[in-house]
Design a protein. Structure first.
Length: 364
């Protein structure tokens, strides 16, 4: 792993955050407490795997049993699928509040066994987010939480919860590796704080970053402080599709990202007020690319990418609300990952538990 700048060390993660695989099975782990990203050779032991689906009921109970705690103390922050073995990696928070611990676990797709992934004395590298919000920054990031965190509010006939957290906790909201660089979305310490960073990998090169501005249809205004919640590389990595709270979907051309400038995205869809995007993946079926958006209010949303390409920018708070979309009868999905060429892996909360489901793309 020396070609990727990894040396034996300790990836001391203080908080469970987004994870994403890069080249050679290297896993990137975000730690918002330390404002760092770690790159770790996870030394996955599994053989190369085919296209078989993988399902596991009550994955939260399996992880809790391994960690020696109650399922209610397991919060799965993100999932990623190893590109070779297709074993499943989970970024897990054990416990709540200041006592919570960050853990990285692996689920073997052959026998569903749970093991921890060593982060001490392993090949690793790290990079610090230099412009992260300070620990004492008084600004707050307002989200729609999963579960019973936060404050309860009633709007008309609907009641929702709102969670207010220091904006440092949103330094890194999502990551993806594209063509020699790690794309990192989140917030910065600047006044116009929404930011997309491109970090060369191996680490050590100059970080390219851009402030982002979008038109928020539900809010009826241009915004520069709302962070991307989740994004997916698009168009062969030449651009990204990103989604924000309450719930615009926005297209950004990476070729437009001149270092240090503000970039205006093209809002192509509005998925509804009082809604939180939770994860996104794209897949190809029948020669056409589609986008899936997991969200807190509706079922799984499917959008044809040809419609995204043809959609003019939304710049007014009125109907229509952008590209056509289909809503699948699949609720409770909180995380998504490409499993193989024919299935998407979903983390779904249903019937009092949390489950891993393989969704056949031909049936979506």
């Amino acid at each position: 792993m020396s070609e990727y700048g990894l040396v034996i060390g300790r990836a001391a993660i203080g908080s469970a955050g987004p994870i994403a695989f890069g080249p050679a099975g290297i896993l990137f782990l975000a730690d918002n407490t330390a404002a760092k990203v770690f790159a770790v050779d996870v030394a996955d032991p599994g053989p190369a795997s085919g296209s078989e689906p993988f399902d596991l009921e009550n994955v939260d109970a399996h992880v809790a049993s391994f960690l020696g705690c109650d399922p209610g103390d397991v919060v799965i922050r993100d999932l990623a699928v190893h590109p070779g073995s297709h074993n499943v990696y989970l970024s897990v928070q054990r416990g709540h509040g200041d006592a919570a611990q960050a853990v990285l676990v692996r689920i073997d797709r052959l026998d569903a066994s749970v093991t921890d992934v060593p982060l001490v004395d392993v090949p690793m590298a790290q990079v610090t987010i230099a412009d992260a919000p300070a620990e004492d920054d008084e600004r707050l990031d307002i989200t729609l939480p999963q579960g019973d965190e936060g404050e309860e509010f009633t709007f008309g006939e609907r009641t929702i919860r709102i969670l207010r957290r220091p904006i440092r906790t949103a330094t890194i909201t999502d990551m993806a590796y594209v063509d020699g660089a790690l794309l990192v979305a989140g917030l910065s310490n600047e006044e116009f704080s929404s930011k997309l960073r491109r970090i060369p990998f191996p680490f050590g090169g100059e970080v390219v970053d851009n402030n982002l501005e979008i038109f928020h249809v539900s809010h009826g205004k241009w915004e520069t402080a709302a962070p991307i919640r989740t994004f997916v590389p698009y168009g062969g990595g030449r651009s990204i599709l990103a989604s924000y709270t309450c719930t615009p979907v926005v297209h950004f051309e990476l070729s437009d990202l001149t270092p240090g400038t503000k970039v205006v995205g093209r809002t192509v869809a509005e998925l509804g007020a009082m809604n939180m995007p939770l994860d996104m993946v794209s897949f190809e079926e029948g020669g056409e690319e589609h986008l899936l958006v997991a969200n807190s209010t509706h079922g799984l949303i499917k959008i044809a990418c040809r419609d995204i390409d043809a959609q003019p920018a939304l710049t007014e708070p009125r109907e229509p609300i952008g590209v056509p979309r289909e809503t699948e009868d699949l609720k409770g999905i909180t995380r998504l990952a490409n499993l193989n060429g024919s299935h998407v892996l979903a983390l779904q909360s249903a019937n009092g538990g949390t489950h891993l489901r393989s969704l056949k793309t031909a049936s979506l």
